[in-house]
Write a protein that binds this ligand. Structure first.
Ligand code: TYM
Length: 337
């Protein structure tokens, strides 16, 4: 059985970008494929501590799993939910792969360049982040990794590391994940999902944006979120067109509408392209987002902590067994066993 896997860092607040770029696609893919695929959904708590936490990490972690359930995730025996740090083989394998990945490769990672900014005070975890991510993926012989477009570079690096190890030991130790073009296709997109900042649509929607109008948080009141859509930056061409380069604002709204309503993007684009009235489109998207958030908040309130703990404990048993076996294979290759 092939494996589909994704992780999300624990966050006090998830943006609509995280939700539409990773959490919701993963939920839909899990529901579609879990009869004959392994589906691994984990909380990247080790990745989370690259930034100092405010003391609510454990509460936020539970909330993250609840969000998958509220988004409609159906759990069967092939769906495995776990905490990254509860699978200790992860840290062990990361060290070994640190001895395979190069400084040059890691230094070229965009996320490192943006977050580390070349400063001496940047912690080593920020630099090493992609090796830990490669480990998460390779421990479980993963083929598909539903993530936002910003993570594609890390998937390419993971492939390079895996191929290098297999080549060095002339053995198929690791399954090579699908290329990013194939990943995008698997997620039903041309080149991955990148939800834009509502005020500056050239940028991706990010929690760190200064203006509250730039981002929709999954905790936003539905009416507040709707207002943010209504005030989104568009363009002055006077005709709706899907063109991410020239018209990122309006294209972003079309993409949000498609993802929220679970309609193919081409269909939504066909419905709106050529029309002059940007206001009508905004109203439609605002309505869709408001409805989605209302239903989502209602479901979120119904899920109890104990349900989440039970799922994680079960998932961790499975994950440890699998991960320990893969780690042992790698240790053998490196003559550590
Ligand atoms: P994190 O927590 O930074 O982001 C979680 C997911 O949200 C996606 N995302 C977006 N997608 C579309 N538009 C946006 N504006 C947007 N902003 C964020 C990210 O691409 C990501 O999928 N490194 C991972 C966590 C991780 C992981 C893994 C993922 C750790 N190990 C192994 C897959 C496999 C990350 O960026 O998380």
């Amino acid at each position: 059985m092939k494996t589909i896997l994704t992780g999300i860092r624990v966050n006090s607040e998830l943006t609509l970008g995280n939700f539409l770029g990773a959490l919701l696609p993963m939920t839909r893919l899990a529901n579609k494929y879990s009869d004959d695929h392994n589906v691994n959904i984990f909380v990247a708590d080790l990745h989370t501590i690259i930034a100092e936490q405010d003391g609510a990490l454990q509460d936020n972690l539970l909330m993250l799993i609840k969000m998958y359930l509220a988004a409609g995730l159906k759990v069967n025996e092939n769906v495995h939910i776990y905490r990254q740090s509860y699978v200790p083989a992860t840290s062990e394998m990361t060290w070994i792969l640190n001895c395979v990945a190069t400084m040059g490769e890691l230094g070229r990672m965009i996320q490192y360049k943006e977050k580390g900014k070349g400063e001496d005070s940047c912690n080593v975890g920020i630099f090493d982040y992609p090796v830990l991510m490669a480990t998460d993926i390779l421990l479980f012989d993963t083929t598909y990794i539903p993530v936002g477009q910003d993570q594609f570079q890390h998937i390419e690096l993971t492939r390079d590391i895996a191929m290098r190890v297999n080549h060095r030991f002339e053995k198929e130790i690791f399954t090579i994940p699908a290329r990013t073009a194939e990943q995008a296709k698997f997620m039903g997109t041309d080149d991955g999902i990148r939800i834009r900042d509502l005020v500056n649509p050239e940028k991706k929607m990010s929690k760190s944006a200064k203006s509250a109008n730039s981002k929709i948080m999954m905790t936003d009141e539905p009416e507040v979120a709707a207002k943010k859509i209504m005030s989104a930056t568009t363009d002055s061409f006077g005709e709706i067109k899907y063109d991410l380069k020239e018209r990122p604002g309006i294209s972003n709204l079309l993409q949000i509408e498609a993802l929220v309503t679970n309609k193919p993007l081409d269909k939504v684009v066909k419905e709106w392209e050529g029309k002059p009235n940007y206001g009508d489109l905004k109203k439609q998207v605002a309505k869709s987002v408001e409805k989605m958030l209302t239903e989502f908040h209602n479901k979120l309130n119904e899920i109890e902590d104990k349900e989440v703990f039970a799922l994680m404990e079960k998932g961790e048993k499975y994950a440890n067994k699998k991960a320990n076996a893969k780690l042992y294979e790698l240790q053998k290759a490196f003559q550590l066993r």
